[in-house]
Design a protein around this ligand. Structure first.
Ligand SMILES: [Zn+2]
Length: 319
């Protein structure tokens, strides 16, 4: 007779339900599975930390939902009890150590700059042509980042748009005469206005040279930080810049502060009451190596993990 909890290590977040399963293996030629499934008892070494809030027994396995109140480590045990004729009087049991991680109360909003296949740049890499699409790749980075933040305990993380389309339309009714630039400003203002309910807002971009950056300089990370934010957020931007640089193996990071009044999305985020709002430039997509790097899902996942670590460290050290 064997009873095994298959997962070796389980981690859960406080306040979230997690299912744990125990499987049992009866002796050969003995069909006692249903009987035994009624006799698996679950327990924990710290009742004050973990509630076993429901349990059910299936044919070959028993499952519990546990919900932890506090961070820490707990041991969960499943054992076959009160079946002396089958177990020979010796309870058969297995235990698992569960790490309980905290959930963070902060609300985070992530937006991919641009939309759909917008903002493209053509490259030749090792003789092969490819088109980098900022709107598409930043949406992917956003999706990895939202998932990673939820995984590490920021359960109140949301994406700004439901799908990778713009919220408004160029020259839509009532705006027939607007220029493309004016529309971009209107679109970004409406996005920024959605940040008011959140503790942190980040819009994700890859960069292209502007009048103060030349094409041969396009090898650094850049986080545009608010000059007028309600909170002191300088360290956060520095740390984010550094991990983008290190993860993408860029030449440098430029620690600059730009007046957020120059960016419709940041200005609107500030005016809506969001205390921390940033625009992050993940390298330059005009740089062929950076564009190629950003074109990989695996690289974007790595970048999302690095972002999540910076965000976690920031909120752990300030709250
Ligand atoms: Zn951009």
């Amino acid at each position: 007779m064997k009873l095994i909890i298959p997962e070796e290590r389980v981690s859960i977040l406080t306040g979230k339900r997690k299912m744990i399963i125990a499987k049992f293996y009866p002796p050969p030629n003995q069909d006692v599975r249903e009987l035994i499934s009624q006799h698996i008892k679950w327990s924990t070494d710290k009742n004050n930390i973990v509630d076993i809030i429901s349990s059910k027994s299936l044919n070959e396995q028993s499952a519990v939902y546990i919900s932890a109140k506090n961070p820490g480590s707990v041991k969960i045990t499943a054992e076959i009890k009160n079946l002396p004729s089958i177990t020979g009087g010796v309870p058969t049991s297995d235990s698992i150590s569960v790490t309980v991680k905290p959930t963070f109360p902060q609300k985070i909003l992530i937006d991919a700059g641009h939309y759909a296949d917008g903002n493209t740049f053509d490259h030749i890499y090792n003789g092969e042509e490819f088109t980098y699409k900022e709107g598409r790749q930043m949406w992917k980075l956003q999706e990895f980042l939202v998932q990673e933040l939820k995984n590490i305990g920021f359960i109140k993380t949301e994406r700004l748009r439901e799908n990778n389309e713009s919220i408004t339309t160029w020259k839509e009714p009532g705006h027939e005469n607007e220029s493309w630039e004016f529309w971009m400003g209107r679109e970004n203002r409406i996005r920024g206005e959605k940040a008011g309910d959140y503790d942190l807002f980040i819009q994700l971009h890859s960069n292209a040279p502007k009048d103060w950056i030349t094409l041969d300089e396009d090898n650094f990370s850049l986080v545009i930080r608010p000059a007028h934010g309600l909170h002191q957020t300088g360290d956060f931007a520095d740390n984010l810049e550094a991990v983008i640089k290190n993860t993408m193996e860029l030449q440098g990071d430029k620690a600059i502060t730009i007046d957020e009044n120059e960016y419709a999305v940041l200005r609107a985020a500030r005016d809506s009451g969001c205390p921390r709002y940033f625009l992050a430039e993940n390298g330059f997509h005009t740089n062929v190596n950076s564009a190629r790097w950003l074109d990989s899902d695996e690289n974007l996942k790595e970048l999302a993990k690095a972002y999540a670590e910076v965000i976690k460290n920031y909120f752990e050290s300030t709250s």
